[in-house]
Design a protein around this ligand. Structure first.
Ligand code: ADP
Length: 395
């Protein structure tokens, strides 16, 4: 455990129903993770959970009914200050979903930056307002402490224009309708780890599969994003826990015109009631689906694996070949069975799985003779944010 008076960095991820946090200490120029947790169930029955690496989870109910985000932040800060015992918070890093085309890197937020970030609320109405509200609240509660916005979109600003375009008249792109891509902090973290794992994957053509509750894939050339499966919003691309992924836009018209669904109903359908949960009627969690004997659970997994295989082929085409794939996030890191099935579909791309290494979760899970290599690398978006904060504080 680092000394209690080491300067601390707070990392926040404020969403619609939860605010997650993680404390890092700056020790010898490194970000060392301390207490982490969240206030969840803000709209229903709020709970506070926290734990240290390797320690038990502390779980308390905060109130009998809904709690405002502001009240939740106050409770969270109380817990953080109690944990820090007088040590100073020298910077706060915020996960912000949307930086548009303008923000290609993390930035210290002041009122003028906040105004610029407000422009992107219509592009991510379910997330951006909560991200920005937390920054505003912290600017008021911790005066003088830098608030650093770290964007899910920034890593994909290296994607060529041709891959960012929808085939719509140009005025729509000018109004912001283009492919942005998300999960950028996760991809950036994986990119930062890649050269230590495999030089060829770091220098070459690599597809990273971030498979969690939210899932996407990113094609990297020399660790820079050149294509990704999420687009204008984080509902595009792969099927996810509760999101449908890519959907023929004609389906949306049919839902409106023939099935008489309104915009909010369609939003609920495609974000919350589809994907693995919607297809299976059982659960959004791959563990439950693998354990289930329901045919619909098996079908949901079949569709997930099929679509991952299709997208992998598409991203390999964008890269002009494939040197490596990397699995990450909850499913990618832990579900050996799903990796087997995706790799089987990717055999034509030269991936040959080493069953024993895959069962051990890697890091290398392909055979020595495999033409393209496969790896499992755990992601860590929070420490990516903490690193950004440290770098900006030093600058
Ligand atoms: P989020 O995108 O909300 O961070 P995760 O990355 O934890 O979510 O991904 C959730 C998915 O990962 C679930 O489908 C679950 O089955 C799977 N998963 C997460 N942790 C594990 C684990 N320890 N063992 C098996 N599967 C896991």
């Amino acid at each position: 455990m680092p000394a209690r008076d080491e300067p601390a960095i707070l990392v926040l991820n404020a969403g619609s129903s939860s605010i997650k946090f993680c404390i890092f200490r700056r020790v010898d120029g490194q970000a060392v993770r301390g207490l982490r947790g969240q206030v969840s169930g803000l709209g229903t029955v709020p709970r506070f959970t926290s734990r240290r690496d390797g320690g038990p989870t502390i779980d308390t109910q905060l109130a009998a009914g809904p709690m405002t985000h502001a009240a939740a932040l106050d409770r969270l800060l109380e817990a953080v200050h109690a944990e820090l015992g007088g040590a100073r918070i020298v910077g706060v890093g915020h996960r912000v979903v949307h930086g548009g085309l303008e923000f290609m890197a993390p930035i210290a937020v002041d009122t003028s930056v906040l105004q610029r970030l407000d422009q992107y609320v219509p592009l991510a109405p379910l997330h951006q307002p909560h991200n920005l509200a937390a920054i505003r609240a912290l600017l008021a509660r911790l005066p003088g402490v830098p608030e650093i916005a770290c964007f899910d979109t920034a890593f994909h600003r290296t994607v060529p224009d041709v891959a960012q375009r929808f085939a719509l008249p140009p005025r729509f792109a000018e109004a912001g309708v283009r492919r942005y891509g998300f999960h950028g902090l996760s991809y950036e973290y994986i990119a930062s780890q890649l050269s230590a794992v495999d030089g060829r994957a770091a220098a070459g053509r690599t597809v990273v599969l971030h498979l969690g509750n939210g899932s996407s894939m990113c094609a990297m050339r020399a660790c820079r994003s050149i294509a990704t499966t999420m687009g204008f919003t984080a509902v595009d691309g792969l099927p996810m826990g509760t999101r449908c992924g890519a959907l023929d836009p004609g389906v949306v018209l049919f839902l409106m015109d023939e099935m008489k669904l309104g915009p909010r109903e369609i939003e609920r359908l495609i974000y919350n009631e589809s994907g693995l949960l919607g297809m299976s009627g059982v659960s959004s969690d791959v563990r439950d689906l693998l354990a289930s004997s329901e045919p619909a659970a098996a079908l949901a997994l079949d569709v997930f694996v099929y679509r991952a295989g299709r997208e992998l082929g598409s991203l390999a085409a964008a890269l002009g070949g494939l040197d490596a794939i990397v699995f990450t996030a909850g499913i990618g890191e832990n579900q050996a069975e799903i990796r087997v099935r995706i790799c089987r579909q990717a055999a034509w791309l030269g991936i040959e799985l080493d069953a024993a290494a895959n069962a051990r979760h890697g890091p290398r899970i392909s055979t020595p003779g495999s033409a393209a290599a496969a790896f499992v690398i755990p992601t860590d978006e929070e420490s990516m944010i903490a690193r950004h904060v440290m770098r900006l504080l030093q600058a």
